[in-house]
Design a protein around this ligand. Structure first.
Ligand SMILES: [Zn+2]
Length: 103
């Protein structure tokens, strides 16, 4: 077993791949004439980073995926499979964690 340094934000401690960012969606209806028409105009509406943007066919923004710059879907793992691998390895090496309230 290899014991590594503490986790790096956004990097899975098991496989080293990127952990998905936790995103919010800002969306505009098809008929919203006040909807922005560019990424820059959309960015002006939020302090969060726009990581993806989609447009209606008429050119106004349909929705944008926003990231706060620091939150990931997990603190440690890229996927549940990596979390299970970590759990199996921990159990194999004798670690036992008890959650007594679990039924
Ligand atoms: Zn992983």
């Amino acid at each position: 077993m290899t014991v590594l340094d503490g986790p790096k934000p956004g990097i899975c401690i098991v496989c080293g791949r990127k952990i998905p960012k936790r995103l919010e969606t800002m969306s505009f209806s098809h008929s919203d004439e006040a909807a922005p028409t560019s990424k820059a105009a959309c960015q002006a509406l939020t302090n969060k980073r726009i990581v993806a943007i989609r447009y209606w066919h008429h050119g106004r923004v349909r929705d944008a995926s926003l990231w706060d710059g620091q939150t990931y879907t997990s603190e440690w793992f890229c996927t549940n499979n990596c979390a299970m691998d970590q759990g199996n390895a921990s159990a194999h090496h004798g670690y036992r964690f008890l959650w007594k309230l679990r039924s």
